[in-house]
Design a protein around this ligand. Sequence first.
Ligand code: A3P
Length: 290
Amino acid sequence: MPPVQRGIDRIVDGVRHPWVTTDEILEAMKTFEVRTDDIWVITYPKAGTTWMQEIVSILYHGCDIQKADEISILKRFLFLDQQKTDVPPHNEAMRMPSPRLIKTHLPPKHMAKQLIIKKPKIVYVGRNPKDNAVSLYNFHRANTYLRTYETWDEFFDAFCADDVIDGSWFDMNIYWWSLRNEENVLFIKYEDMRKDLASVIERVSKFFGWSIPDKKLQDIVKHCTFDSMKKNPKTNFSDCENIDQSLSAFMRKGEVGDWKNYFTKAQNAKFDKLYADRMKGSSLVFEFEL
Ligand code: A3P
């Protein structure tokens, strides 16, 4: 394991990766054994991964919120992209009993190759790129594994150039949107979770073929609100040693439209042009305000 250092990242096959996403992990993804009964939550970083993990794990535990929350969200899913201990995540995965809960932000290029063949259930969460970018910028401030950007402007330029960790927002979201009609893929938008969490929870439970006992739905919705998850030590990352929440809280704002506090007029115009260009040919649309 290399020592923990801020700012050490590198480009692999055109994609920027932090040092914790080691070459060994990326190499292992070429042969990583995916199991058909795995449960994967896949996102571009900061799109609402933790929110979806909380929902999936509660439903997985038969809607027993207490049972799901017995352990930290950090330990409920295997994070495939980071080697934090001497045991790399792909080796840890081999020892895990089925069904395994796995989370990853790996870009299509570096994704476990067997995912497409083995077809385990995959929930993908996408978030509009403006809010996604703002959230990722702030996360870089808090996450001591990542470099800090001197200014929002610097990060904005890197994001537009696909030169941030895990690569291009566009490539990732367009790829997963193209797979949205696969039987094993559920594509959820962060903005829909904000608008109507109950419906999203129902969609997720239906997708897995799990049921929600009477009256439990509202309890889950309440438990998964921003305020509730921010207070909850099992979901707010207070136990994550590499996140300094005095710099930026993990449960930061949880809003749609916070980008307006960051994007200048010129940046917004530049991004709108880029967005129109890059999304051409895809039917994927996002809401930028509610
Ligand atoms: P902000 O930085 O915009 O607040 P991830 O889990 O992929 O790292 O995503 C983190 C983002 O999701 C953060 O966004 C966080 O606040 C938001 N989030 C997490 N739980 C949420 C919830 N229950 N409701 C709304 N947003 C939530």
